[in-house]
Design a protein around this ligand. Structure first.
Ligand code: ARG
Length: 259
């Protein structure tokens, strides 16, 4: 009975649509696939594995939540960090998970789920400048590096107005620091710590032992998409309760240090 009504509706709707085949195909596909945007140069939250597939804490978490919410397919799409909110506003994606901090400015443009991770900013410097910069205050007014559109970039701008070099990706900011093009990288602490412990590219780099901000990450949906927001919040709650969240957390945040 239900499908008959659905079929009748489709026939009526198709009479007005330009192409009936395209019309029904698109709506069916959209019902099953959750389109997720991220910026995947941000280990251990989202990055490309050796085989090119996207992985990390966020990627595994959204796959678990999506499955929990009944989506057959969770498609994770890599795009520039400052392009994520525009992409969700124009419906190119349904969800953002990108270690994205919940801020009042962003909350005017998208809706956030309950927080899923507590974070904060710290600053990386070159080891050979450690005595010059014993604390973050000493870095004020120096050239700083950060990722475009990130809370790190906003904070760097406050520390050194007009003297911030912003890059599309965090690895580029790290490289610039090593090359002497800036004196510090302002970035989320868990990513800084992962970089220091897991990558030989961080040789000669150290962290100023100070946390600048308290930030919480949220998963974003299009403003007003309460149906999806509720599904994600329920999925997140279930993942916390049934141990999935802990399992993914252990995998990505309790790693052996580099040799
Ligand atoms: N938490 C910071 C922010 O929201 C940085 C996030 C960067 N994320 C990424 N996938 N590159 O601005």
């Amino acid at each position: 009975m239900k499908s008959k009504i659905g079929g009748l509706f489709k026939t009526v709707a198709c009479a007005a649509a330009v192409s009936c085949a395209a019309f029904s195909f698109t709506s069916a596909a959209e019902a099953e696939t959750l389109r997720v945007g991220t910026e995947a140069t941000y280990a251990p939250f989202e990055f490309a594995a050796d085989d090119g597939s996207l992985t990390g804490f966020d990627v595994e978490l959204i796959r678990a939540i999506g499955k929990e919410a009944g989506y057959d397919d969770v498609q994770v799409i890599n795009m520039p960090f400052d392009g994520l909110i525009p992409a969700i506003m124009t419906s190119q994606i349904d969800v953002i998970i990108a270690a994205m901090t919940i801020t009042p400015e962003r909350a005017e443009r998208v809706d956030f789920t309950d927080p899923y991770y507590t974070s904060g900013l710290s600053v990386l410097i070159r080891e050979d400048t450690a005595s010059k910069y014993p604390n973050i205050d000493a870095l004020k007014g120096q050239t700083l590096c950060a990722q475009i559109g990130s809370t790190g970039a906003f904070t760097a701008e406050k520390l050194s107005p007009g003297k911030v070099k912003a890059f599309n990706t965090e690895p580029e900011a790290f490289m610039e620091l090593k090359a002497g093009g800036c004196e510090g990288v302002v970035n989320d602490r868990p990513i800084n710590l992962y970089f220091l412990s897991q990558s030989n590219a961080s040789d000669g780099v150290t962290e100023i032992n100070e946390v600048l901000t308290a930030e919480k990450y949220g998963i974003a949906v299009r403003k007003g998409n309460t149906e999806l927001l509720e599904k994600l919040n329920t999925g997140l709650k279930n993942a916390r309760e049934n141990g999935t969240y802990d399992q993914i957390y252990q995998k990505w945040f309790k790693l052996a240090p580099k040799d």
